[in-house]
Structures are given as structure tokens and as C-alpha cells.
Design a protein around this ligand. Structure first.
Ligand SMILES: Cc1ncc(COP(=O)(O)O)c(C=O)c1O
Length: 427
């Protein structure tokens, strides 16, 4: 087979390796998989919405037909209002209209499409260090150079972003920077939320350093609605006064059901057209029935009820994981630290430098022997980290991600206990 350049650029994805280990040992407690809670998936709400939709034959048939490339208009209107409500303002305050709204097959499709239309091989994308490894795989497959910007408990560090951009200017590569990717709420993998005061600062830097127009910011707000302690900050998009710096993408995968895979994006007008053209060659529209279902669920209150239920379920699991870390890891390894997220699905653990966490490390193997799996930090860092000394979340060699999403509560706790035992053996 003679693969294309793109085909050859596709590297092995970490997720394949982790799934393989999990499949070999089905009894293993995977705190690696980023799946949502199984027991709270909304079968009942989905059934009643589907019944309502299909009990009117004409409406049912419309939903079962192909839709449009942009997506179902009613749902586009609803998500526009929804985002404005989350930002505690009106769509007009966000300087957004229906023409800026696109429905996608999960937010992953938007990440892929936007990257496809923007990135030539050798172009630079800035990401957090650490960041979402699936998206880094997407970027690598396009031949992008991925440069990490350090973070701490309050998210991306603006001073570190400034230094990174200054470094790129010194090396003569500033004009190759195409965008900054930022998972702005309860980030995957570190669980951190970029602090409110940092949001306009990051935007200002992107506007200042951009050579011909601002550097684009891709704001991935996948975990925005899974915030368990009060209202999270407004989106970075909210602060984008010109409306041309930020692309915001959100999804119903985490807050309702990943099986439906309905995502949406708010795009500046000049990006909408190329993205739509590309989407026309992908699928000329995401599954129409699922979009009708989500519209029904937003209108009948089923969606809002589910988000409320999930907040309870996940808060309990998050608190159980943090308590288990305190109880067992705190004892096994007093130098260990971990993040205390306000929501999402992940906790980030930093171990002392002498404990390596990579997928071939003694710790990883001992964890598998004991029947527990984590995501090694190495998968979550890009190769280039010019300001790494600023990192407040450790480095690739001695960090890891734990997920409390899919496992039932008792297994979350048991998984942490086993993990701490494996750490203690190395101490
Ligand atoms: C940060 C982040 N963005 C995007 C996605 C993609 O979600 P979906 O394509 O299901 O909307 C995920 C899924 O895990 C994620 O963690």
C-alpha cells in the first residue's frame, strides 16, 4: 500500500495502547478511559424525546431525512441562546447571529475541520502543557509543530504565553503560529479552569502578537457544563470584542450523551464558509435525527434535568477520588500533589521526580499488575516546551491523569487505593 503523506504522518494513538491493555485485562479498573458515567446515561429522557418526535409522523419523517450541512435550524437557534445564557448575556452582546452557528458530529469534528482548513505542515499550534492528547494527535497528523505553554492550577499562564511568543519571534517563527488551542473549563487532562482574569489577558496577547491580524484562539469548552461548585467563569469568547479572534466549540457529549455525538461551534463569519465547504465533503451534515432529539430535549426540559443530575453524580465521585488520594496517596507519598478541579472528569497527579510514570515505567507495570490503569503524563505533553521551568503542573515524566467518569464510585476509590499501593512499593 502506498500511503499518502498524510497517511504516513498518522502516528499510533495512545488511546489504542490503553484500550489494548484494558482489553487484555477486563477485570482491571481503568481510571484511564475518558468515558462518561455509565449508570446516569439518560435512557429515559432520550426515550420520551424520541417518542414525542416520532409520534407526529410528519415531524418524525423530517427528522429521519437528511438535514443541511449547517445543521437543524431550530437547534442552531437553541444553542445560540444557550451559550449566551451560560455567558450571562444575550447573543447580541456576544455579537453573534445564527449565521455563526454550526452543528457538528461531536466537537472533535470541529477540531479536525478547523485544523484542516488552517494548518499547513510546519505551521505552529500552541497548546497547554499538558493538554488533550487526542487533539495533539490530530495536529501531528497534519504535520503541525505543537508548542506547549505552561499552566498552573489557574490554567494557562499569560506570562508564559507571552514568553513563548517572544521566543518564537526571536527564532523568526512567529508568523508560523496559526492558533492557540485552549480547553477553558475543567481541562482534559489536568482538570484546571483558566481563571476569569486570565481570559482577557490571553486574548490581548494573541491580538498583540499576531502579525497580520490576531492569532486565532480555539476555545474548547467541552466540560463547561460539568462544573459542580457554582457558576464557572464566562467563556473566553465573551471577551472577544471584535468577534474574530475566538472559535468556541461545545458539545452535548459530556453533558448528555456521547452516543448521540452532537457538538456545536460559534465561528467568526470568515471561517464559516471554508469550514462548511469542508464539511460538505465530509458528510454534508451531521446526523439529523440526533439534532432533532437534542432540540426536543432542550425544549422539554430533559436536557437541563440531566445536567442537574450529572452534577450531583460527578461531584460525589470527584470528592470520593480526592478523599481517596488524600487518604492513600498522601500517606504513600507525601510529596505527591494533585489538582482539585471544580468539575469535569479528571484529576492530575504530580509525583516526585524520581518516580517515572511513562507507559514502560515500573509504576505503570505495577499498576497493571495490581489491576488499575492511568494515562501517563507523557501522552499529554507536546515535544516542544520552551518555557518549561514555569510549569506549575509538573512535566511529562512524573505526572498522570486519573478519570472518575466511567467507573462506579466504589471502583474509583478502589482504583486509587491500588494506585497508591503501587506508588508506595516504589518509595
Ligand atoms: C477536551 C475535549 N474536547 C473534545 C472532546 C471530543 O468530544 P466530542 O467529539 O464527543 O464532542 C473531548 C472528548 O473526550 C475532550 O475531552
Amino acid at each position: 500500500v502506498r500511503l499518502s503523506r498524510r497517511g504516513r504522518l498518522l502516528g499510533e494513538q495512545p488511546v489504542n495502547f490503553l484500550m489494548e491493555v484494558a482489553l487484555r485485562r477486563p477485570e482491571l479498573i481503568s481510571l484511564a478511559a475518558g468515558f462518561v458515567d455509565q449508570e446516569s446515561l439518560p435512557a429515559g429522557e432520550t426515550l420520551s424525546a424520541a417518542e414525542a418526535l416520532l409520534s407526529d409522523p410528519a415531524a418524525g419523517r423530517a427528522a429521519l431525512q437528511y438535514g443541511t450541512t449547517k445543521g437543524f435550524d431550530r437547534l442552531r437557534e437553541l444553542v445560540l441562546d444557550h451559550v449566551a445564557k451560560l455567558d450571562r448575556c444575550s447573543p447580541a452582546d456576544l455579537r453573534l447571529g445564527l449565521e455563526n452557528v454550526l452543528l457538528t458530529t461531536g466537537s472533535q469534528q470541529l477540531l479536525q475541520m478547523l485544523s484542516d482548513i488552517l494548518i499547513d505542515p510546519g505551521d505552529i499550534v500552541l497548546v497547554g502543557a499538558p493538554d488533550y492528547f487526542v487533539y495533539m494527535g490530530t495536529l501531528s497528523s497534519l504535520g503541525a509543530r505543537i508548542v506547549g505553554v505552561p499552566m498552573d492550577e489557574a490554567g494557562l499562564i499569560p506570562e508564559a504565553l507571552n514568553e513563548t511568543l517572544a521566543w518564537l519571534e526571536r527564532t523568526g517563527e512567529l508568523q508560523r503560529v496559526k492558533m492557540l488551542y485552549c480547553c477553558s473549563y475543567c481541562q482534559n487532562p489536568a482538570g484546571v479552569t483558566i481563571a476569569e482574569e486570565r481570559r482577557p489577558q490571553v486574548l490581548e496577547l494573541l491580538q498583540r502578537w499576531g502579525e497580520d491580524g490576531p492569532i486565532l484562539l480555539l476555545e474548547d469548552a467541552a466540560y463547561r457544563e460539568l462544573a459542580y461548585y457554582g457558576e464557572p467563569p464566562r467563556s473566553i469568547r465573551y471577551y472577544d470584542e471584535g468577534g474574530s479572534t475566538v472559535v468556541l466549540t461545545q458539545t452535548f457529549s459530556k453533558s448528555f450523551s456521547p452516543g448521540l455525538r452532537v457538538g456545536y461551534a460559534l465561528l467568526p463569519a470568515e471561517l464559516m464558509r471554508p469550514v462548511l465547504r469542508l464539511k460538505g465533503t465530509h458528510d454534508f451534515g451531521s446526523p439529523n435525527f440526533n439534532q432533532h432529539l437534542m432540540a426536543e430535549l432542550m425544549l422539554n426540559g430533559g436536557y437541563a434535568r440531566q445536567v442537574q443530575r450529572l452534577k450531583e453524580v460527578y461531584r460525589t465521585k470527584l470528592e470520593a477520588m480526592l478523599a481517596a488520594l488524600e487518604r492513600w496517596l498522601g500517606k504513600a507519598c507525601p510529596e505527591a500533589t494533585w489538582t482539585r478541579p471544580l468539575g469535569g472528569l479528571y484529576v492530575w497527579v504530580c509525583l516526585p521526580e524520581q518516580i517515572n510514570t511513562d507507559h514502560e515505567s515500573e509504576l505503570f507495570n505495577r499498576c497493571v499488575e495490581r489491576g488499575v490503569l492511568y494515562v501517563p503524563g507523557e501522552y499529554c505533553y507536546p515535544d516542544e516546551l520552551p518555557c518549561k521551568e514555569r510549569s506549575g503542573l509538573g512535566g511529562p515524566e512524573h505526572t498522570l491523569r486519573l478519570c472518575y467518569g466511567v467507573q462506579p464510585l466504589e471502583r474509583v476509590v478502589e482504583g486509587v487505593r491500588r494506585f497508591a499501593e503501587a506508588v508506595a512499593e516504589l518509595g
